[in-house]
Design a protein around this ligand. Structure first.
Ligand code: NAP
Length: 333
C-alpha cells in the first residue's frame, strides 16, 4: 500500500514531492472510490482490472461494517468461515494486485460542480477525477448509552446474521420495534434460549405479519415503553438496565447479548445538497448504479437500505465499476 502523505499529481492544492509512490498519480484520476467496505473493494478490483488505476480512499473505518464482524459464514466462496477483517484484507490485496492504489485518509469534500470533479481529504490533499464511486456505507444507529461501545463485539451486536450463532442457549435482548428488530428477533430464536424485545413505545412499527409471528413465538417476550439506559458487564455483557418511560422505574435484565436494531444512518454527509437522496438519506441510484450526477456512481449501503449484506454490496460495487468504465470510455470518445 502506498503511504500518501502528500498532495499527488496536479490536485487543486499545490503539488508536493511524493515520498515512496512507485509511480506518480495521473494529473487527473480516472476514478476515485470512496469507502473501503465490500462495495469499495469490489469496485477497485474491477476498475483496476480494467486498467483504470483507481484510487481508493479508505475513510476512517477501514473495511466498513464487515471488518467489525467476527466470523463471516455467508460470503460465497468461503466454505469455512472467514474472519471479517481477514476478508477485507484479502479484498484489499486482490485490488492492489491489479494496480488499485489505496490512500488511508478521509474525504472531507467533493466538488461536483467542477469538471473534472475535485475530491478533498482530511490530510489536506485534493485530487481531480473524472468519476467517483461512492461506497461510504451506512452505520447502525447506536443507542448512545454507557458501555455500549466498549462491549461491542463482547455481547453488543448490530448484526444478528453475523453474530446470532454465538448466542446459542443464551438469554438475549433485541432493541427496537421496527421490521428489522422483529425479523432479527425471530431469526435469533433459532439460537437463543429467550429473546426480550425492548421497545420504547407500546405499539410496534413493524408490519402486521412480523408482529403476529413475533407475538406467537414462545421464546419472544416484549418489554414495552422501555428504553435502555446502560449496558452492563466487565469483559462481556451480563445485563442491561432499562427504564420504563411511563413510570420512570429502572430494571436490570440479565442478558448476555444485546442486538440493536433502531435503524441505520447512511454515511451521506459528503453528498448532502450534491446528490439526490431519498427521504431517509440514502443516495438514489438507477439500475446502472448512477447517481443524479453523471460520472458519480454509488454502491453498497449508501444506496441500499434493503439487503445490507457484504455479498450484495460487493455485487453492487462490481456493477458500479463496470458502468463507470463504460462512462469513461464514452467520455474518451
Ligand atoms: P425503522 O423502521 O426505522 O425502525 C426503527 C425502530 O427503532 C423503531 O421501532 C423506532 O421506534 C426504534 N428507535 C429508533 N430510534 C430509537 C432510539 N434512539 N431508541 C430506541 N428505539 C429507537 O428501521 P428498521 O426496522 O431497520 O427498518 C428500516 C426499513 O427497512 C423500513 O422501511 C423497514 O420496513 C424495512 N425493512 C423491512 C423488512 C421486511 O419487510 N421484512 C425487514 C427489515 C427492514 P419508534 O417505532 O418509536 O419510532
Amino acid at each position: 500500500m502506498l503511504d500518501f502523505n502528500l498532495n499527488l499529481g496536479g490536485g487543486a492544492e499545490p503539488a508536493a514531492e511524493q515520498e515512496d509512490a512507485a509511480q506518480p498519480r495521473p494529473e487527473i484520476e480516472n476514478v476515485i472510490i470512496i469507502g473501503s467496505g465490500p462495495a469499495g473493494w469490489s469496485a477497485a478490483i474491477y476498475t483496476a482490472r480494467a486498467d483504470l488505476r483507481p484510487l481508493l480512499i479508505t475513510g476512517n473505518e477501514l473495511g466498513g461494517q464487515i471488518a467489525l464482524t467476527t466470523e463471516v459464514e455467508n460470503f460465497p466462496g468461503f466454505d469455512e468461515a472467514i474472519q471479517g477483517p481477514e476478508l477485507v484484507e484479502r479484498m484489499q490485496r486482490q485490488a492492489e494486485r491489479f494496480g488499485a492504489e489505496v490512500l488511508i485518509d478521509y474525504v472531507t469534500e467533493i466538488d461536483t460542480q467542477s469538471q473534472p470533479f475535485i475530491v478533498r481529504t482530511a490530510s489536506g490533499q485534493a485530487f481531480r477525477t473524472q468519476s467517483i464511486i461512492a461506497a461510504t456505507g451506512a452505520s447502525p444507529r447506536r443507542m448512545g448509552v454507557p458501555n455500549e461501545e466498549r462491549l461491542t463485539g463482547r455481547g453488543v451486536s448490530y448484526c444478528a446474521t453475523c453474530d446470532g450463532f454465538f448466542f446459542r442457549g443464551k438469554d438475549i435482548a433485541v432493541i427496537g420495534g421496527g421490521d428489522s428488530a422483529l425479523q432479527e428477533a425471530l431469526f435469533l430464536t433459532k439460537f437463543a434460549k429467550s429473546v426480550k424485545v425492548v421497545h420504547r413505545r407500546d405499539a410496534l412499527r413493524a408490519g402486521a405479519t412480523l408482529q403476529r409471528r413475533a407475538q406467537e413465538n414462545p421464546k419472544i417476550e416484549f418489554i414495552w415503553n422501555s428504553v435502555v439506559t446502560s449496558v452492563n458487564g466487565e469483559n462481556k455483557v451480563d445485563s442491561i438496565t432499562v427504564r420504563d418511560v411511563k413510570t420512570g422505574a429502572s430494571t436490570d435484565l440479565p442478558v448476555e447479548g444485546v442486538f440493536v436494531y433502531i435503524g441505520h444512518l447512511p454515511n451521506n454527509q459528503l453528498f448532502v445538497d450534491k446528490l439526490a437522496m431519498d427521504e431517509e438519506g440514502y443516495l438514489i441510484t438507477d439500475k446502472l448504479m448512477r447517481t443524479s450526477v453523471p460520472g458519480i456512481f454509488a454502491a453498497g449501503e449508501i444506496q441500499d437500505h434493503r439487503f445490507k449484506q457484504a455479498a450484495t454490496s460487493a455485487g453492487q460495487g462490481v456493477a458500479a465499476a463496470m458502468e463507470c468504465e463504460k462512462h469513461l470510455a464514452e467520455l474518451a470518445g
